[in-house]
Design a protein around this ligand. Structure first.
Ligand SMILES: [Zn+2]
Length: 124
């Protein structure tokens, strides 16, 4: 099983993270799960609260949807790994983090529930 993310989605997330900086952004990841898991789009969570150092949303407010893969959020601190708080609030299958300076795919990482890095393929 491979994890795939569209290049334009990554570019969009980098741009959105830059726009939101120094605040943290948070979005939901949607896509499909077939032979591979493919991240296709992001949506704004219904009750996102953007804070200076944290972002909160209410998972129970999200309609049950199999296409919901997880959450992406930015780390203005530049730390490209999940915090303990992140792992305790894991939602879905994968967690994507976009870290400052949000310049390229090198500033993007995806993690599983255990906080282990999951390799992904960038597709066009
Ligand atoms: Zn975080």
């Amino acid at each position: 099983m491979a994890l795939k993310v569209k290049n334009e989605l990554i570019e969009g997330l980098l741009a959105y993270s830059r726009d939101t900086h120094p605040k943290e952004m948070i979005l939901l990841l949607r896509g499909k799960v077939e032979n591979d898991v493919e991240v296709e789009e992001v949506i704004i969570p219904p009750s996102a609260i953007h804070g200076q150092r944290f972002s909160v949303f209410q998972p129970h407010m999200i309609p049950f949807d199999l296409s919901m893969l997880g959450v992406v959020h930015s780390h203005p601190s530049g730390v490209l790994k999940p915090s303990t708080y992140d792992l305790n609030h894991f939602y879905g299958r994968i967690m994507m983090i976009v870290a400052y300076p949000y310049q390229s795919v090198k500033d993007v990482a995806i993690f599983d529930k255990q906080g282990e890095k999951v390799p992904f393929i960038v597709t066009s």
